[in-house]
Write a protein of this length. Structure first.
Length: 150
DNA sequence: CCCTGATTCGC
DNA sequence: GCGAATCAGG
C-alpha cells in the first residue's frame, strides 16, 4: 500500500479522533496496525488525548476521556458511523474537496480515505450547524484544500 | 489470551 | 520511509 495524502490525512484525523491503531488500519485497509503506528510516529503524532501511559515513574495524570461524541442528542439514531457506507460518492477525491453534504447531513461529511477503497467513510463527527464538516479536523482540512487548489 | 501503543531493525 | 517483529503494558 502507498501512503497517499488522502490516507495520511485520514490517519491523522482518525488517530487524533482517538481511534485505535487497529481501527485505523481496518478503515484504511491494506495496512496492519503496526504500519499505522509506525507511520503515526513518523508523522510526529504519538501524543494524543488518550489514556496511554508514558514513562514508568511519570505522573499518572487522569485524562478526562476526550470522547468523539459531544452533543447529547436525544434523537432516535445514535449515528453509528458505518465502516463502509454502501453509497460512495461518484467523484469527490483529488481536486474535488467539495464533497456535497447531501441528504441527511447530520455529522461531518468530510471524506476519509479513498472513495475507491473499501474502508472509505465519512468523518461522522458532530459538525457545526450549517457546516458540513466538523471543526476538529475536517473543517481545517477542507479549508486547506481550498487554499491548495487555489 | 485478548487487546493497546512503543520501539527496534532489516529492508 | 516502511512495517513485521518484538517489547511492555492493561
Amino acid at each position: 500500500m502507498e501512503w497517499t495524502e488522502e490516507r495520511i490525512e485520514a490517519l491523522r484525523a482518525l488517530w487524533m479522533q482517538g481511534l485505535t491503531a487497529s481501527q485505523i488500519a481496518e478503515r484504511l485497509g491494506g495496512v496492519s496496525r503496526n504500519a499505522v503506528i509506525g507511520k503515526a510516529h513518523r508523522l510526529g503524532l504519538s501524543a494524543r488525548p488518550s489514556p496511554i501511559k508514558r514513562e514508568p515513574g511519570a505522573k499518572p495524570v487522569p485524562m478526562p476521556r476526550p470522547a468523539r461524541v459531544a452533543p447529547p442528542q436525544h434523537h432516535a439514531e445514535p449515528a453509528p458511523m458505518p465502516a463502509a457506507p454502501p453509497a460512495p460518492q461518484p467523484q469527490l477525491s483529488a481536486k474535488a474537496p467539495g464533497a456535497a453534504p447531501a441528504g441527511g447531513g447530520k455529522g461531518c461529511m468530510w471524506p476519509i480515505g479513498d472513495p475507491k477503497q473499501a474502508g472509505f467513510h465519512f468523518c461522522g463527527a458532530p459538525s457545526e450547524a450549517g457546516r458540513p464538516y466538523c471543526t476538529q479536523h475536517c473543517a481545517a482540512a477542507y479549508h486547506k484544500r481550498q487554499v491548495d487548489a487555489a
